[in-house]
Design a protein around this ligand. Sequence first.
Ligand code: MGD
Ligand code: MGD
Ligand code: SF4
Ligand code: MO
Length: 686
Amino acid sequence: MIRAVPVLPDGRVRTLCRMCDSRCGIEVHIRNSVLADITPAPDNPGNQGRLCPRAHAALDLFYHPDRIQTPLKRTPNGAFEPIGWDQALDEIAGRLKAIVDQSGPPAVGAWKGEGVGFFQQEGYIRRFIRALGSPNYFSNDSVCFNGRWLGHHLVNGFWNPFPYFDQADLILLFGSNPPVCHPPFLREFADARVRGARLVVVDPKLNPIGCWADVYAQPRPGTDAALIWGLIRLVIESDRYDHDFVDRYVVGFEKIAAYAQRFTPEYVEAESGVWADVVRTIGDLIVRNRPRVSLYAGAGLEHHPGGVNTVRASVILSCLAGAMGRPSGLFWPESPRLASLDSRNLFLENGGRPIGADRFPVLAQMAGEGHSLSAVNAMLDSGEHRLRSLLVMAANPAVTNPNVLKVREALSRLDLLVVSDFFLTPTARLAHYVIPGATFLERTELHVHPKYQTLYLAPQVVRVDGIPTGYELWRDLAGRLGLAEWFPWPDETAVIRHLLEPGGWTIDDLTAHPEGIQYAPLRFDRCLNEPLPTPSGKVEFASQYLKNLGLDEIPEYRPPEAFLPASPEFPLTLITGARKSLLYHSRHGNIDRFRRVHPKAEAEMHPDDARNLGLENGDTIRLVTAGGALIVAVRIVHAAEIRPGVIELYHGWEEAPANLLTLDEVNDPISGFPWLKGVPVRVEKI
Ligand SMILES: Nc1nc2c(c(=O)[nH]1)N[C@H]1C(S)=C(S)[C@@H](COP(=O)(O)OP(=O)(O)OC[C@H]3O[C@@H](n4cnc5c(=O)[nH]c(N)nc54)[C@H](O)[C@@H]3O)O[C@H]1N2
Ligand SMILES: Nc1nc2c(c(=O)[nH]1)N[C@H]1C(S)=C(S)[C@@H](COP(=O)(O)OP(=O)(O)OC[C@H]3O[C@@H](n4cnc5c(=O)[nH]c(N)nc54)[C@H](O)[C@@H]3O)O[C@H]1N2
Ligand code: SF4
Ligand SMILES: [Mo]
């Protein structure tokens, strides 16, 4: 049993759930020094007294019998032996120093995963790698939200990840599944529907929210941009867009108006498979319900090689629908005045170029990070630019990254791989050293929610002897490398005091307001009253910055065939990673009660495709793509649930990784994203 010391022996501690990025308010109940229960906090603006079932899984993970509780060292025969904390850090620091002395700091990289989120923990990792003198910071964000982040920033210079859906008259969801992925937004959808708001869902797979839709369109994967351009054309043709807005705020309107001409409803139907009259119906809904339109693009749009352009086109459509400067649409959230842990600008200004910056300069310049798929190539490189060591925090790329066989080969070639995790994952099993990871219940953390412009303190609920928090790990490692001045704070509370200083807040202020402090009034029209943080200061329908880099000035539509020519070898299309309610990427498969709900990997298939292939429900099939092959069971779904010709497979199964099939070298030219959804595939009956 884990050596847990809760901050109080009995009672409740108010904090935030970080079992996903929604960060709902929770109360952790402690009874006789045991973490006994988690219930919703009543007054958090996000969850408003509700929780999803994953919140309780925090306790399943915390007390899990397989949880790693001491550092582990891999022995020559491949087994792991427990070692002491000082020995682990001394040896890791010694080996890092030797690599830096021989090959220079850039031979060392760090890789952050979704497990630790995007602010304070990310800051530590960025800071550590910068202190070492390496530009090589990588993260899951190279396959997560960076595509959408870039798409929005290229057009507007900002991104409010979530609009206020409850204030919309029309919600358009493209490739997203909020009931499963962001449960707190269900309340907003429900409120909007009660008021009579319309809902359009565009997804090749009927996900739960699709069942609520007024219009459900099932496109051929990777062709959303054709539909979006068709809608842009209809809005321009209707002349019901705001001419004054376009004249005052927009660069490049004529270019997009000319380009949109070819996207007639019939052309959109030929490209995307969405019927021409459905295209017209959606266009009509936009025109009638503007300007209170919430257009939300999920991971379904960015996991394609044309992803950033698709997102850019969706932002242009939102702007033409009048969504700029409205709570239901596009607004420019303010950031709180906090000190920065991260020193990315410092590095980039000094000419630091992370791995992948030559191929994907926009990612490096705008998001300030290396390209994780190029990092994998650099681990396999034998030349002077070889990446020799990687420090992985809360990520499982041996399952979650495309082309997992290559990822595993690359990780096993490293001279030093250190992984911090709760469990011996496929990634951790390749490590030289495994560091036990602290759950969010074990750390004190600041959180910022841009939608509400709210700052929260999530206090530590429990301490575990022998398990360092993320901060303690980086601090102690930096100390051993002579870099103590980068981590001068004794503990996480001191870090938070430092972070709060510029804004004049104190820890007591935040403790007194567990529901969060709104750090600035919400000014939805800010984006209409201040120059935008784009090169021109305006809304960039056309981007000179991209043009100068030899990239698409306007977000042109490129069909999937532009990236991989159609081949009779691969007649079907594979989409991966539609989220499952109780699983989280490669996580939670080891929670028995969750496993009973999602027992095994299954490829979902349309009944017509199954019939053509002579398949029955439960048959075993081999899926083959240009990337690899995988044997898996088939589940034949209802005819309405998936577009004919499309196969869906969840991406988090350790025993059946969908990422054996995805393509790491077919990339979005702007973000460098791999091809995770829409990959040409063949099905063989076994
Ligand atoms: N339970 C749970 N919740 C999660 C996660 C989890 O693993 N589990 N992960 C979290 C993370 S990190 C993320 S990034 C978010 C993602 O959150 P969302 O983007 O809201 O959801 P996904 O399930 O990734 O939705 C992808 C949808 O896109 C569809 N799709 C696939 N290809 C296409 C296409 O070409 N066009 C269109 N229009 N749709 C397409 C899929 O069928 C699927 O329904 O979820 C977060 N929430
Ligand atoms: N084919 C395909 N691949 C995909 C996707 C897809 O849709 N299709 N989606 C992509 C997306 S959007 C994302 S975000 C990535 C996610 O990619 P990853 O971040 O690599 O995925 P996870 O499986 O969530 O791995 C997180 C690991 O961190 C550990 N962990 C969790 N919390 C903590 C913590 O606080 N501290 C420490 N030390 N460890 C912790 C967990 O045990 C787990 O092993 O996957 C991507 N991969
Ligand atoms: S949606 Fe669920 S998992 Fe995510 S923060 Fe809220 S309670 Fe936790
Ligand atoms: Mo993600």
